[in-house]
Design a protein around this ligand. Structure first.
Ligand code: FES
Ligand SMILES: [Fe+2]
Length: 428
């Protein structure tokens, strides 16, 4: 993030904190239960967003050196990410061209890949090296069995994307994240070191996982005994950057930064959770001094998901930094699994039961509105996020204006009353 932008963001934060407000969307948004629990919609999302758009699957420090690899499944597609001898990140189907076995598992370093089934040996360039003990049995086979199937892959600013269907990944990645690359370059993701990962399956739609990170409105009530004492609740900057939703949420220590005499030395970054919500399934976070990379995939339809956290720390690490980094992985995972994830699961079950017809995002939750609009737009859905005509009263209006008791909560929903309750795909 450029210096000038940092100063601008810091001033916006200062203004928000001083006025006890948060960035607001121009409208509140009603979201029907089907947006989360429909198997048909999930299939549409998988097709449009997971298969036909570039997906951010790894960061450069997953594969820092030639020969480094990462086996990674994108829903039902097993991929093998590899840094080849020339330093290029490449993606192959993790499927041997003999009879389809996975040629590698996990993460590590190899000079070549030996298939566990019959020991065909594959190079980092995806080409066959040897078929041991095959008695020339494949000499007459077509040459396509000599190469792993390659998937389009593009690496930029420390991000590694793949494209499962279609072509032109570089232009598509630029379309998706071009606006955030200057921010990310400052974070020097390639200079960070992979620390560790955690993963779990949750009984909820994959979008609920991201919803939990797209607002700070819940910090004070839900995290009152964990992170709330350190973080401001419901004072967050939110910007749309093409398909990415950008959030900056300050910690209470940011007050110190405002006291620095030289304005050009002030930066919000060491005092903020700086998030990039990249539809459909990634949350990339610069957290004070390190990087958290969250990915989520639907599992077997609408009602389950697989969440994974990867943590990266600025390198090189001494022993103290390494201890701190590992402790951080445990702390983050502890808070999210004990406090955030149970909410996602309980909301999903209420919607899936059919008892709850819809839910609503307030104007004070703009990142949620923008993220879900991105999803709806990608699948061409107007019916899934219905338009409510100007002047009509939302069915749950009374419930909305009664709900909660904080000043900021009232402000978030009350302002909506003076606006037309209106949203459709043209507003996106
Ligand atoms: S399946 Fe890989 S060598 Fe047979
Ligand atoms: Fe949370």
């Amino acid at each position: 993030m450029r210096r000038e932008k940092q100063r601008e963001m810091l001033e916006r934060i200062r203004e928000r904190l001083a006025s006890k407000t948060t960035d607001m969307a121009p409208f509140a948004l009603q979201v029907p239960a089907s947006h989360y629990v429909s198997g048909e919609q999930t299939e549409q999302e998988i097709d449009a967003l997971f298969r036909k758009r570039p997906l951010l699957v790894a960061l450069t420090p997953h594969l820092p050196h030639p020969g480094d690899y990462l086996a990674h499944d994108v829903i039902d597609t097993a991929l093998l990410l590899v840094r080849d001898q020339d330093g290029k990140a490449r993606a192959y189907l993790n499927a041997c061209r003999h009879r389809g076995a996975r040629i590698a598992e996990g993460q590590g370093h190899k000079s070549s890949f030996s298939c566990p089934f019959h020991a065909w040996n594959w190079g980092l360039d995806g080409k066959i090296i040897a078929r041991p003990n095959s008695h020339e049995g494949f000499a007459a086979a077509e040459s396509r069995y000599d190469e792993l199937i390659e998937v389009e892959c593009h690496e930029t600013a420390g991000l590694i994307f793949v494209l499962l269907e279609g072509e032109g990944i570089e232009a598509q990645v630029d379309q998706l994240v071009g606006d955030v690359l200057p921010d990310l370059e400052l974070f020097d993701i390639p200079g960070t070191v992979y620390i560790d990962r955690r993963s779990t399956e949750l009984a909820c739609n994959y979008k609920f996982f991201l919803d939990g990170f797209a607002e700070t409105y819940h910090i004070a009530p839900l995290h009152k005994n964990s992170i709330s004492p350190f973080c401001y609740s419901n004072s967050t900057l939110v910007d749309r950057m093409r398909e990415v939703v950008h959030l900056m949420s300050p910690r209470k220590t940011i007050d110190r930064e405002f006291e620095k005499p030289a304005e050009d030395q002030r930066s919000p970054l060491p005092y903020c959770t700086t998030e990039y919500l990249i539809a459909p399934n990634v949350l990339l976070t610069h957290q004070v001094d390190h990087i958290q990379f969250w990915r989520v995939y639907p599992v077997d339809g609408a009602d389950r998901c697989l969440v994974e956290l990867n943590v990266f720390w600025p390198g090189p690490l001494d022993d103290d930094a390494e201890r701190k980094a590992h402790l951080n992985v445990d702390l983050v995972w502890d808070v999210t699994t004990k406090e955030d994830f149970p909410q996602s699961v309980s909301i999903h079950s209420n919607l899936a039961s059919g008892a709850l017809p819809d839910l609503v995002f307030g104007r004070n939750e703009p990142a949620l509105i923008y993220y879900h609009q991105n999803i709806a737009r990608a699948i061409g859905s107007e019916r899934l996020i219905p338009s409510m005509k100007s002047g009509k009263t939302a069915p749950s209006r009374q419930w909305l204006t009664r709900a909660g008791d904080s000043q900021q909560e009232r402000r978030g929903f009350a302002s909506e009353r003076s606006l037309p309750w209106s949203i459709n795909v043209e507003n996106m």
